[in-house]
Ligand binder design. Structure first.
Ligand SMILES: [Zn+2]
Length: 394
C-alpha cells in the first residue's frame, strides 16, 4: 500500500491547515471523510461550537469493527503555520517526505487509516472497535478539538482499552508528558523624567522585587525530579524559567512605566497542576495586595500526565514494534504538552508512537522518513490485532 499511503499523505499535507488561525479545516476533514467512505466506513462529522467564527472547527470520528471493546487511534490534522508556501507542496527526496505537517502528524494520520485498511484487506476479524478520531486545534491547546470531545461526551471511559496517537516520537513511545503554564506578567508603574524619579513609579525595580520571590520558588520546585525516563540531554527536574520575553521602559533616562516578562513553568507528571498553578498565582497575589499593579495573561496551560510502561496496551505496542523493527521499544516522557493527557485524566491508558522526530516537527525543513511511515502502519495494525484479538489469529 506504499503508493496509496504516500499519495494520501501528499493530499493531506497539500491542504494548509495552519493553526493559528485554523484555516482550511473543512476541505481537510472532507478529504479524510472521502477516504473513509471509500473504505466502506461511515464517519461522523462533528461541528465544534464556539471559538473563532471565521474559522469553524470540525472533528471526525469513525468506528471500525464490532464489539464492546474500544481502542482509539487519535490524531490531529492542524499544523503549525508554514515557513513559506513551498511547505505545502509536498515532495519526496532520498526516502524522505518533506512538507509542513509531514511529521506532525499527517503521515501518522495516513498510517492509522491504512492500518485499518490493512486489516480489511487481510480480512482479519477483530473483537471490538478501532475508533479513529481526527481533531483540530492540538497546536493551540485542544479546547476546540480533543477537550471538546471529552467535555461533550463523545469519548468516554466505558469499554475503552486505550489510545494510540501518532506524534513524531523518534522511535520511542511517550508514556508521559510535562504540563505547562506560560504566563505573561505586566507590572505597571508611572513614567517620568529620571530627574523627577521620586514622582514616578519604577516598574522595572518593582519587577526585580517580584522576580526575586519567583526565583525562590524556582529554587524549591527545581529540586524535584521525575521518575519517568527522559531523552538524552533533557532535564528530569521540574522547571520554572523567568524572562523568556522581557520588555521594559522607553529610554535610559525615563523611569520605566511598564515592565512585562514571561514565566514558563513546566510541571512534572508527579506534580499536581492545580497546586503548582496556585503557588505561582499566590505569589503574584501577595505582591498585588502589597500595592503592586500587576496584570497577568495566561499564554497557555495544560496538565501533566503519565502512565505505566507496562500493561496490556504498552505490552501490545512493544510486541508490535519488536515484530516490525526488530528492536525493543523504550518509553520516555514527552518534553512538551501532549494530548494523551486528556485520556489519562479520564483513566484511559494512552501512548504516543509515530513516524518522524520532534526535532523535525515545526521545522522549516519538516520531513518524515517514508520507511518509518510504513513501519508505523504495520505497528498500528498489529497493536490493534493484539488488543482486539478474537483468539483466532494472534
Ligand atoms: Zn502534533
Amino acid at each position: 500500500m506504499r503508493d496509496e499511503i504516500l499519495s494520501f499523505t501528499h493530499d493531506l499535507v497539500a491542504i494548509p491547515t495552519e493553526n493559528p488561525p485554523g484555516s482550511h479545516y473543512r476541505p481537510c476533514v472532507e478529504l479524510i471523510s472521502k477516504k473513509l467512505v471509500a473504505m466502506g466506513l461511515r464517519p461522523r462529522l462533528i461541528r465544534v461550537h464556539g471559538g473563532d467564527k471565521l474559522h469553524p472547527r470540525f472533528c471526525l470520528m469513525v468506528p471500525y469493527g464490532k464489539g464492546k471493546k474500544k481502542l482509539y487511534f487519535h490524531g490531529h490534522y492542524d499544523v503549525v503555520p508554514g515557513w513559506n508556501s513551498e511547505q505545502f507542496k509536498p515532495r519526496i527526496r532520498q526516502g524522505r517526505f518533506y512538507g509542513r505537517g509531514a511529521a506532525d502528524m499527517k503521515a501518522g494520520l495516513a498510517a492509522m487509516v491504512y492500518a485499518i485498511r490493512a486489516l480489511q484487506l487481510a480480512d482479519v476479524r477483530i473483537d471490538g472497535q478501532i475508533c479513529l478520531v481526527f481533531v483540530p486545534d492540538e497546536e493551540t491547546g485542544g479546547a476546540f478539538g480533543t477537550r471538546y470531545l471529552f467535555d461533550k461526551g463523545y469519548i468516554g471511559k466505558d469499554d475503552c482499552v486505550g489510545m494510540l496517537m501518532p506524534e513524531p516520537t523518534g522511535g520511542v513511545a511517550w508514556n508521559a508528558c510535562r504540563g505547562a503554564i506560560s504566563l505573561s506578567v505586566s507590572v505597571k508603574g508611572k513614567p517620568v523624567h529620571v530627574v523627577l524619579q521620586k514622582e514616578g513609579i519604577n516598574a522595572f525595580e518593582q519587577m526585580v522585587v517580584l522576580s526575586n520571590a519567583l526565583v525562590k520558588l524556582k529554587e524549591s520546585v527545581e529540586k524535584r525530579t521525575t521518575r519517568y525516563s527522559v531523552a538524552l540531554g533533557e532535564s528530569k527536574n521540574s522547571i520554572l524559567m523567568l524572562g523568556g520575553i522581557c520588555r521594559c521602559g522607553t529610554n535610559f533616562n525615563v523611569v520605566p512605566g511598564t515592565c512585562t516578562f514571561t514565566i514558563e513553568r513546566r510541571i512534572n507528571p508527579e506534580e499536581n497542576f492545580a497546586n503548582e498553578k496556585k503557588r505561582l498565582m499566590d505569589i503574584l497575589a501577595k505582591f498585588r495586595k502589597g500595592g503592586m499593579k500587576i496584570s497577568v495573561e495566561i499564554l497557555q496551560e495544560g496538565e501533566p500526565g503519565g502512565v505505566s510502561s507496562s500493561g496490556d496496551l504498552a505490552d501490545a505496542l512493544g510486541w508490535s514494534v519488536r515484530q516490525t523493527t526488530n528492536r525493543p521499544l523504550r518509553f520516555k516522557m514527552c518534553p512538551g504538552l501532549l494530548e494523551i493527557r486528556y485520556y489519562l485524566r479520564n483513566g484511559i491508558p494512552a501512548y504516543a508512537y509515530g513516524p518522524g522526530s520532534i526535532r523535525r516537527a515545526h521545522h522549516p525543513q519538516e520531513y518524515v522518513e517514508v520507511d518509518r511511515v510504513l513501519q508505523c502502519t504495520t505497528v498500528y495494525s498489529l497493536t490493534a490485532l493484539r488488543m482486539l484479538s478474537t483468539g483466532e489469529h494472534v
